[in-house]
Design a binder for this molecule. Structure first.
Ligand SMILES: [Zn+2]
Length: 308
């Protein structure tokens, strides 16, 4: 082909025309591909469109809430900081009125009224509730949403059923978001969340991350077994909720150096501990501090603990 055209100089003009036509064609195809991409690049938007076709009122409502949140997220300008950013990662467990028989685990139970007082004051103070993906962005890129230092990541461990009945309605009321670290083999068992509840809450700003399959003490578990716990809980969450699970919470905050490297190797982007304090990249992304919330924590205690 190229030999032939060299021997036929009169074809030169035609070649140039052909070339221009090809360039124009590539341009048109490129533009169409770009337009197609911006319409289809957000798979969650597609899922939402599907979910909005349900006709019951709650489904519609949740669709609208989600749109609000997404609009907020779209408008965020993530501003690079000079100072190392700190993220208060709150650690809650159960949210219910404690029974007398539960005094042994009192520190893990916060009353709904107390919980609401926390969320209300965070909301009134203008705190921005991070998703796990946003928390990762903040920590790994040292950025703040619109330069706002008032950020918070609410985490709950264990996937207790009261997250759905007590915590979730309060969080929805204040448009707060949070994530529950679930023990995947407990889902559907008495006292724990169900798959349907996970799916419903996920549509309304909650997210679900890994707290392993069986909640073992990882510091007393073989490397092999640790690997299984981390891999299987992540793949269960990934497939059940159609997501990429990025965070792990070590059961009871117990872990070894092997746990940290396994978490990284097996596809988690970060992991939270029960070590007290505000999180920062200086902890290492696989050993992030959290702020333990006690039944006695007042909104003022909370606000003073998390300011930096
Ligand atoms: Zn736990």
């Amino acid at each position: 082909m190229s030999n032939k055209s060299q021997h036929h100089p009169p074809n030169k003009n035609r070649n140039i025309h052909n070339l221009l036509a090809v360039i124009a064609f590539i341009f048109v195809i490129g533009s169409l591909a770009y337009l197609f991409k911006i319409h289809s690049s957000n798979p969650s938007r597609l899922l939402k469109a599907e979910s909005s076709s349900q006709t019951n009122q709650t489904a519609k409502k949740s669709f609208e809430n989600e749109q609000d949140q997404e609009n907020d997220q779209d408008n965020i300008n993530w501003k690079k900081q000079d100072e190392t950013v700190k993220v208060p990662i709150l650690m809650y467990h159960a949210i219910h009125v404690m029974a007398d028989s539960e005094s042994g685990s009192a520190n893990l139970i916060v009353a709904p009224d107390t919980f609401e007082s926390h969320i209300k004051s965070l909301s009134e103070q203008g705190y921005y509730f991070l998703t796990p993906e946003e928390a990762y962005k903040v920590l790994s890129e040292n950025v703040l949403p619109n330069g706002n230092k008032k950020i918070i990541w609410l985490t709950f461990d264990d996937g207790d059923a009261d997250f759905y009945t007590n915590a979730y309605p309060i969080m929805k009321k204040y448009k707060a978001r949070g994530s529950n670290n679930i023990i995947t083999s407990y889902i559907g068992k008495e006292g724990f969340l169900t798959v349907d509840q996970l799916k419903e809450m996920k549509k309304n700003g909650m997210s679900f991350q890994s707290h392993t399959v069986n909640h073992p003490d990882l510091s007393a578990t073989s490397d092999n077994e640790q690997g299984t716990e981390l891999t299987e809980s992540k793949s269960w969450l990934d497939s059940t909720l159609n997501q990429d699970t990025i965070a792990l919470a070590y059961p009871s905050g117990r872990y070894t150096d092997t746990s940290l490297s396994l978490a990284e190797k097996l596809g988690y982007k970060m992991a939270v501990t029960t070590n007290e304090g505000l999180a920062s990249a200086e902890n290492g992304l696989y050993a992030l501090n959290r702020v333990r919330i006690l039944p006695t924590t007042s909104p003022d205690d909370l606000l003073s603990t998390i300011s930096w």
